[in-house]
Design a protein around this ligand. Structure first.
Ligand code: CP
Ligand code: NVA
Length: 307
């Protein structure tokens, strides 16, 4: 049985087929509706952290495909507290055909997958956000008509979103350039993994690790940023906001990129911190189509795993 915990578990070919399926499901939806490929199927959605996009897009995706979803918020099941993860996984597997989980510790989605009799999808962990990266690749593909060879500049914290985006770039032959302050770089494990995935896919992906955001955006087709303070890091807010100031994606920075460059952000945005209003609301901002594409990309994942 296949799970969707990390893009590293999937081959570039498999992931590209998911992007193609997302394109098709999106066109179908816009033309009147999707066939009921997940008729009567149920997805349990476990959330240990807040969410707008992930929660709504997964539920809407299930409904568009003829199925439904059940929300299990942080106060409901007490994953690993009221009941062990192994027990939660086995109980849910008797009721539903898929589990999507947003957790703190990445090992917890792995434990769910180890014990579940149904596919498990990572809806964000402290380490990775693979569904986000699939929506992002779909967005980049729609804007540029292809993805291979594009320069993607990620500015700011080397967090879960950066890790999954880097994996996607490695798979699909994009040049991933990340500019982060010292101490907030892409984790070493992700750097090693980038080179493994890039070698495996042979699509020509490269990785550049920088501290200077101005250098990172030169010739970039995509400028990407995310919050400086991820969920669970609230106690570090003051220190993080202070050190990340030079990493703000503002008009001056965007002007140094390629003329056709788009700006992306997984959202929620902290306007005035990692991104300014004039950039987020500019014609080159892709953030709202990007948010919508979570829906279409996840439909492809759900159909692949649950139909
Ligand atoms: N981008 C994203 O995952 O948004 P939510 O936290 O609202 O789900
Ligand atoms: N890096 C952010 C992403 C939110 C979608 C976080 O983990 O909070």
């Amino acid at each position: 049985m296949k799970h969707f915990l990390t893009l590293a578990d999937w081959s570039a070919d498999e992931l590209w087929r998911l992007i193609e399926s997302a394109v098709e499901l999106k066109a179908q939806w816009k033309a009147g509706g999707n066939p009921p490929l997940l008729k009567d199927k149920l997805l349990a959605m476990i959330f240990q952290k807040p969410s707008l996009r992930t929660r709504v897009s997964f539920e809407v995706a299930m409904k568009h495909l003829g199925g439904d979803a059940i929300m299990l918020g942080p106060d409901e099941i007490g994953l690993g507290k009221r009941e062990s993860i192994a027990d939660v996984a086995r109980v849910l597997s008797g009721y539903v055909q898929g589990i999507m989980a947003r957790v703190f510790d990445h090992a917890h989605v792995e434990q769910l997958a180890a014990w579940a009799g149904v596919p498990v999808i990572n809806g964000l962990s402290d380490a990775e956000h693979p569904c986000q990266a699939m929506g992002d690749v779909l967005t980049i593909y729609e804007r540029f008509g292809s993805v291979q060879g594009l320069r993607v500049a990620y500015i700011g914290d080397g967090n879960n979103v950066a890790v999954s985006l880097a994996q996607a770039c490695a798979h699909f032959g994009m040049h991933f350039v990340i500019a982060s302050p010292q101490g907030y770089e892409l984790p070493q494990t992700a750097v090693a993994q980038f080179h493994e995935l890039a070698a495996r896919s042979e699509e020509g992906a490269t990785l550049t690790l920088l501290n200077d955001p101005n250098e990172a955006v030169k010739n970039a087709s995509v400028i990407y940023t995310d919050t400086w303070v991820s969920m669970g890091q609230e106690a570090e807010t003051a220190a993080r906001v202070a050190i990340m100031q030079p990493y703000q994606v503002n008009t001056a920075l965007v002007r140094q990129a390629a003329p056709e460059a788009i700006v992306m952000h997984c959202l929620p945005a902290h306007r005035g911190h990692e991104i300014t209003d004039d950039v987020a609301d500019s014609p080159y901002s892709a953030i709202f189509p990007q948010a919508e594409n979570r829906l279409h990309a996840q439909k492809a994942i759900l159909v692949k795993l649950m139909s």
